[in-house]
Design a protein around this ligand. Structure first.
Ligand code: PMP
Length: 432
């Protein structure tokens, strides 16, 4: 059992805005494969991978052994002032698969830091603090990253180091272009971007930052051609494109290794984090040398790219590539989408099932087919937990269920989790 007063102690000493899932929050005490064990003694199938943190599940021998080998040297970390072999090796691999020509890699400890670094580089390179972000975006909790986060639930401050303009494009279901087909939606978003650029104050805009599939925003998937259409407009003025791949990278979307590749663009910078370290804090920014090298002063991350995190990340990346987990994400993601769409046809409170690869969102709505239904989403979350399945929640209104299991999830586990999830959706729909 969880120590009775752990929740009370958490509430007393951690900030109030650090919210926890579930009416009775869960303490996870161990994990193996794609399952975790709670302090309540129950085993849960993990359909959220922590929060896309555990890309290759729990206690993978390859990752454990790589980390243990580093720990046995007696050095957890010294500093990035010294040559670190596993950091250089990881950077070489990431540069090679980044799709960015003449790529350089800078390691950080989180997605927030990676995006802060990318925004610093873009604004320094362009000598402009004007930034375009998308509505319903999430890019982190730093000063710069909250200011480009277009989701009010996650953007607590109106203060900003940047002059930020928000474009349409991320979230068709709740936009003025709802119901538009792909081509009409892309055309409308391009017009919107052009109109936005016309309102920018004198001087060029530094960059546009976008998630290829919005994560916290509820796994909202734009048409494949959107980023390409944006890029054509941005190229007219040399405005940089930053692809935030914190959730979409590493093969998760199935069809490509990076989310941006669906659109056929080449971003100037891309950022990564979350599952790359297999649970260890790790993130980074990749960009072409001209942009990456533009800083006219020193900059350092003490822990970014440390030996333990890079040992883990090397093992995770090698495992993802050698087991072709991207192909598995494509196949099993399609099965999840199909299974949920089939069920949704019988469930009026499901407004939309959408996703790509192992990023599947279920948007719950009221009887009018549109009003957000966050209470129903919370009820499904509780019901799935009771049935031994962990899923996530998100969206602008907290009414989107998010499914993003480890990339190591098996076909049998997908069937097991799908059955539980559909059962929970049916039960909550019945009780409405
Ligand atoms: N970008 C995206 C797309 C994210 O989903 C997140 C985390 N939810 C971040 C950035 C920030 O990452 P971190 O929490 O590691 O700072």
């Amino acid at each position: 059992m969880t120590e009775v007063d752990l929740l009370a102690r958490h509430r007393a000493v951690l900030p109030s805005w650090l919210s926890l899932y579930y009416q009775e929050p869960l303490e996870i005490v161990s994990g193996k494969g794609n399952r975790v064990v709670g302090a309540d003694g129950r085993t849960y199938l993990d359909f959220f991978a922590g929060i896309l943190t555990n890309m290759v599940g729990y206690d993978l021998p390859e990752v454990r052994e790589a980390v243990e080998a580093q720990l046995r040297t007696g050095v957890v970390h010294t500093s990035t002032l010294y040559l670190l072999r596993s950091q250089v090796e990881l950077a070489e691999k990431i540069a090679r698969i980044s799709g960015i020509p003449d790529a350089r890699v800078f390691f950080t400890n989180s997605g927030t830091e990676a995006n802060e670094a990318a925004l610093l580089l873009a604004t320094a390179y362009r000598r402009s603090n004007q930034v375009i972000a998308l509505r319903n975006s999430y890019h982190g909790r730093g000063f710069g990253t909250t200011s480009v986060t277009g989701n009010r639930g996650w953007s607590p401050s109106s203060l900003s180091p940047f002059s930020v303009l928000y474009a349409q494009g991320g979230y068709r279901f709740r936009s003025s272009f709802r119901g538009f087909d792909d081509a009409a939606f892309v055309a409308a978003c391009v017009t919107d971007l052009r109109e936005l650029l016309a309102t920018a104050s004198a001087g060029d805009v530094a960059c546009l930052i976008a998630e290829p599939v919005q994560g916290v925003g509820g796994f909202a998937v734009p048409p494949d051609g959107l980023l390409k259409a944006y890029e054509e407009v941005l190229d007219e003025t040399g405005t940089l494109l930053i692809s935030d791949e914190v959730q979409t990278g590493w093969g998760r979307t199935g069809e490509h290794f990076w989310g941006y590749q669906a659109s056929g663009v080449t971003p100037d910078l891309l950022t990564f984090a979350k599952g790359v370290g297999g649970g260890f804090a790790m993130g980074g920014v990749v960009g072409r040398a001209e942009v990456m090298d533009c800083l006219q002063a020193n900059s350092i991350s003490t822990f970014g790219g440390n030996p333990v995190a890079t040992a883990a990340a090397n093992a995770v990346l090698d495992y993802v590539l050698s087991h072709d987990l991207q192909a598995s994400a494509a196949k099993l993601g399609t099965r999840l989408l199909d299974g949920l769409r089939e069920a949704a046809a019988r469930l009026p409170f499901v407004g939309e099932v959408r996703g790509k690869g192992l990023m599947v969102g279920i948007e719950l709505v009221g009887p009018d087919g549109y009003a957000p239904a966050p209470a129903a989403a919370a009820a499904v979350l509780e019901q799935t937990r009771r049935s031994g399945l962990l899923v996530g929640k998100g969206g602008l209104h907290g009414n989107v269920l998010r499914v993003a299991p480890p990339l190591t999830i098996t076909a049998e586990e997908v069937e097991e989790g799908l059955a539980i999830l559909v059962g929970a959706l049916e039960s909550v729909q019945r009780d409405l």
